[in-house]
Design a protein around this ligand. Structure first.
Ligand SMILES: [Zn+2]
Ligand SMILES: [Zn+2]
Length: 160
């Protein structure tokens, strides 16, 4: 294989990175209670990589066997949830992709556990990070240790 992969991504700390060659069409959110726990979130955004060529390009996730049939991968260094692995295929946490905006969800699963306030989220009072005046001093001192949204030859950089 040669050329740029269609998709890349990884965990927050950069210890685990992946690439996908081929088209991804099956992007979804799952409201089930197992996914809520595994992501520590109201629902899990997942993109199936079935039918595409997926490979880990740096490191490997650790796994928790969340049931007899499913295991979930995460970065053992930073804890970022990364995979849902079932007998019929693997899905990758949508937010772990470098460009998640390219993978909009097209359906929902696990509706029996869907939290009742989900529809109201878009209407909540909102602001951009830099609009929070009380946080300006905090933000001025903040140095991110998050891996950038592209592949890097070495990580972390030597200068840190
Ligand atoms: Zn990590
Ligand atoms: Zn689920």
């Amino acid at each position: 294989m040669q050329g740029q992969p269609e998709h890349s991504g990884g965990c927050q700390c950069g210890a685990v990175r992946f690439e996908v060659r081929g088209e991804l069409k099956d992007s979804s959110i799952c409201h089930c209670r197992m996914c809520q726990k595994a992501f520590g979130a109201y629902y899990a955004p997942l993109v199936s990589v079935r039918g595409a060529q997926f490979s880990w390009t740096r490191g490997q996730p650790r796994h928790f066997q969340s049931s007899n049939l499913v295991r979930r991968g995460f970065c053992s260094e930073c804890g970022t949830p990364l995979t849902y692995e079932a007998p019929d295929g693997m899905a990758i946490a949508a937010g772990a992709f470098d460009q998640p905006a390219r993978l909009p969800p097209v359906r929902q699963y696990g509706m029996e556990a869907r939290l009742p306030f989900i529809d109201a989220l878009g209407g909540l009072p909102s602001s951009r990070t830099e609009q929070d005046v009380e946080a300006l001093e905090f933000l001025a001192r903040l140095v991110s240790h998050q891996h950038p949204d592209h592949d890097t030859p070495h990580w972390p950089p030597q200068s840190r």
